[in-house]
Design a protein around this ligand. Structure first.
Ligand SMILES: [Fe+2]
Length: 378
């Protein structure tokens, strides 16, 4: 049986860079679900059957892909009508902000019916609000083909190098903790928290932008997702420190994640990559600047000595992680589609339920532009 995947990326191999990162970032993710139990997913062994079996994860060891090629990203958020008449029609959409800077809950609109103008507004609204929970959606009821066709408007689909995917649809990143999975007990025998902040696959040369995650099966309670506003985190820094960060780049590595997958008997669809990105990146539609380093994938600040790099990264990780006053917590409900902008946020799953109930989600992950920075403005 192949191991399952969780939405947090999970490098677990204790190699040198992992140990270094552990020292840096405190909680270090080792929470990959243990195994996929087909009987439990089928409704045997006293468990409820998976509600969306077409989305159950599979792992094909023979599936190998060439390195990703650069592509030209179109940022549709630039073309949006900023009054959002198609996405949030007055009198139809209910829009409630979760916090002043990050997080909005929307009801009354159906994402699957949006015109291209509405999709442009979606990209921009999500860039501005960082993460938006759309309730009562029919997304999980669409065919997988339709869901992917929808997502392709926002960028080239990312195929994850190690995660499980529905048979025949490697573009879907499946998040799955199966019914009866008790790996959480072993995890908490040695760890105090399951929080692991990250921006998805930041090691790619063109990491994701507008990103969709929709719920298929959920525990009665628990398994919420945390988000942090990396723009507000940047804005909270002193001008002197902001200025110091500008012009610096950091390395982001896929190596540990690939090693971890192989060590669990999992797959490696592509050879892992290491890319350098600016520590402060600018959003192409809003022009906002965001901190773009995360403890899962970032390794070193280019050109600094180890102690200097470690100190600055640790400060930034602590700043993002402790910033409860620029974070939002999304509670999943049946029919929820969460859309976030991976360029200006980080997130963490929470593995806080212990009753063995299934948690199953699907992610559509369009890639965006190569991260760039614009000059410090004071
Ligand atoms: Fe993630």
């Amino acid at each position: 049986m192949a191991p399952s995947a969780v939405e947090v990326e999970t490098p677990v191999v204790p190699d040198i860079s992992a140990l270094k990162l552990q020292a840096l970032s405190g909680p270090y993710k080792e929470l990959a679900a243990t195994k996929f139990d087909a009987d439990a997913e089928a409704g045997l062994k006293g468990h409820k059957a998976a509600k969306h079996p077409a989305y159950l994860p599979t792992w094909d060891r023979n599936e190998k892909y060439a390195p990703l090629e650069p592509f030209e990203h179109t940022e549709h958020g630039k073309d949006a009508d900023l009054s959002f008449p198609n996405l949030l029609p007055q009198g139809v959409a209910s829009v409630v902000d979760l916090t002043p800077t990050i997080g909005t809950e929307v009801r009354g609109v159906q994402l699957s019916t949006l015109s291209n103008a509405g999709k442009n507004e979606l990209a921009r609204f999500v860039a501005q609000r960082k993460v938006v929970a759309f309730r009562d959606q029919d997304f999980a009821e669409l065919s997988i083909e339709k869901a992917l066709e929808y997502g392709s408007y926002f960028g080239r689909h990312h195929i994850h190098p190690t995660s499980g995917a529905p048979a025949g649809f490697p573009e879907i990143h499946v998040v799955h903790r199966g019914a009866g999975d008790d790996s959480v007990d072993r995890y908490f025998a040695n760890r105090t928290s399951s929080v692991a902040w990250h921006s998805d696959v930041s090691y790619e040369q063109q990491p994701p932008g507008t990103t969709f995650l929709y719920i298929l099966d959920k525990p009665e309670t628990g398994g919420d997702t945390l988000f942090v506003d990396a723009v507000e985190a940047y804005n909270r820094l002193s001008p002197a420190f902001q200025q110091r960060l500008h012009g610096l780049k950091a390395t982001h590595s896929a190596v540990e994640q690939a090693n971890a997958s192989l060590s669990r008997g999992g797959i490696k669809r592509r050879e892992p990559v290491i890319n350098e990105h600016p520590i402060i990146r600018t959003h192409p539609a809003t022009g906002e600047k965001a901190i773009y380093v995360n403890p899962q994938f970032t390794r070193d600040i280019v050109g600094l000595k180890k102690e200097e790099s470690d100190a600055i990264l640790k400060f930034l990780y602590d700043h993002l992680g402790f910033g409860g006053d620029f974070q939002a917590r999304v509670k999943w409900q049946e029919g929820t589609v969460v859309v976030w902008d991976n360029r200006v946020t980080q997130h963490s799953a929470l593995v806080d339920w212990k009753n063995g109930q299934r948690r199953h989600l699907a992610r559509i992950t369009p890639q965006a532009e190569r991260p760039f920075e614009t000059p410090f403005e004071g």
